[in-house]
Design a protein around this ligand. Structure first.
Ligand code: ZN
Length: 237
């Protein structure tokens, strides 16, 4: 269909619903109609192409793909394009500079860009997600006038260049973030190197032993993270 919304409408027309099942108590669970959010989640789900995601990394799963990779990638490409060209709701129509960047201090939730119109004038605000979704009473943070907070932030950023202390602190934080990332990547690299070594060892052992080669060998790798290596010796012949 080309976009999430038209697809949701088509799913509705066909009366296709999310999966449903019966609980032990005999209650029916699930079976909701799709919305843009649940459809998006479904379309992005790597499980359907036989893969597994762990945090940022993707691994081949042990289950079979039920969606061809080519089709899946075409859908990902379309979703990315829609996000970029604003074909979907993802676009930033009102030029909100701090969209998805501002958080409510009290709730820790994102501040949404909202506006009201009085006469011919549009007033833009950033309002806590909590307040938008559950009412003003649940959040102590007032709506922030968008133009004012945007100006303040821009001035702060401009000020970085002039304020040696702020510049240093910014650099320090950026460096700390890079160093943390390097450390994380190094430990991941070590993990993978260890895994590869173990695979080689296991292969050598199998080769020396002769006889039947198992179809699948499973080696624990970083068990605390729930990772393991699965390899298929038959593919290495
Ligand atoms: Zn809040």
């Amino acid at each position: 269909m080309g976009s999430l919304l038209t697809t949701v409408r088509e799913l509705d027309r066909r009366e296709w619903r999310a999966k449903s099942w019966r609980s032990r108590g005999g209650k029916t669970i699930g079976g909701a109609s799709f919305n843009k959010c649940s459809l998006h989640g479904l379309l992005m789900n790597l499980l359907y192409v036989g893969k597994v995601r762990h945090k940022e990394a993707v691994f081949p799963g042990e289950h079979e793909a039920i969606i061809p990779e080519v089709l899946f990638q075409r859908v990902q490409k379309r979703l990315r394009e829609n996000a970029r060209t604003g074909a979907t709701e993802g676009r930033n129509r009102h030029g909100a500079l701090l969209r998805r960047l501002l958080y409510c201090k009290a709730c820790g939730r994102l501040m949404l860009h909202t506006f009201t119109t009085r006469g011919n004038t549009r007033y833009r605000y950033y309002t806590c997600t909590n307040a938008v979704k559950r009412g003003r009473r649940v959040c102590p943070t007032a709506s922030l006038p968008a133009a004012e907070i945007e100006r303040a932030v821009v001035e702060q950023i401009r000020g970085i260049g002039d304020d040696p202390e702020l510049l240093n602190e910014t650099l320090r934080q950026a460096r700390a973030q890079s160093e943390a990332a390097i450390e994380r990547l190094a430990s991941e690299r070590q993990l993978v190197a260890d895994g590869a070594k173990r695979c080689h060892g296991e292969l050598r052992r199998l080769a020396e032993k002769g006889g039947a080669v198992p179809a699948r060998v499973r080696l624990p790798l970083a068990e605390n993270r729930g990772w393991h290596l699965v390899f298929y010796p038959c593919c290495l012949r």
